[in-house]
Write a protein that binds this ligand. Structure first.
Ligand SMILES: [Zn+2]
Length: 165
């Protein structure tokens, strides 16, 4: 096989995965009824940390685990079409967005591309407050069902989850 680097490696891993694949009977509705909103951080393995298996939960991830419009969109699909009835928001220690300098990032992008860049990256300086704000937003969002919403912080040093909302 020609060396395609990391991309080649993941395709080879998938070949091995199909050899023991036994989940073809799963339906799209998550078995646990959970929808999880989490940061994309590579150190946070949501399934492993929460004891979830394939088919158990919707896991919606982005930088910061922030309840953006697109996360809301996914949660509506999750609740309305696929029957989830509980939400868990997970932030984590040492997040890349914690104390990130958005002004500098925007200036760097503008300098590199010659175009102004107005995107909000969602940086924050208080992790617990950030998670609580997302939880509150999801609890009160008019288009989401009034389901239980929990807030957790994952400690990347210990693997432990702390409940903050
Ligand atoms: Zn993060």
């Amino acid at each position: 096989m020609t060396d395609r680097g990391e991309f080649g490696r993941i395709l080879a891993e998938n070949e091995r995965y199909t050899e023991s694949f036994d989940r073809s009977a799963l339906t799209p509705a998550p078995l646990s009824g959970l929808a999880i909103v989490a940061c994309m951080d590579a150190r946070l393995d949501v399934e492993e940390a929460l004891g979830l298996r394939t088919g158990d939960a919707h896991i919606i991830r982005n930088a910061g685990g922030i309840a953006t419009d697109d996360v809301i969109r996914s949660l509506i699909v999750s609740q309305q079409l696929l029957g989830t009835d509980e939400i868990v928001v997970i932030g984590h220690t040492r997040c890349g967005l914690l104390d990130a300098d958005e002004t500098a990032l925007r200036a760097r992008l503008s300098a590199a591309t010659g175009r102004d860049f107005g995107l909000e990256f969602g940086s924050f300086d208080d992790l617990e407050a950030r998670v609580r704000a997302s939880v509150e937003q999801l609890r009160t969002h008019p288009w989401l069902k009034p389901v239980p919403v929990h807030g957790l912080i994952f400690d990347v040093s210990t693997g432990r989850l702390h409940e903050v909302a």
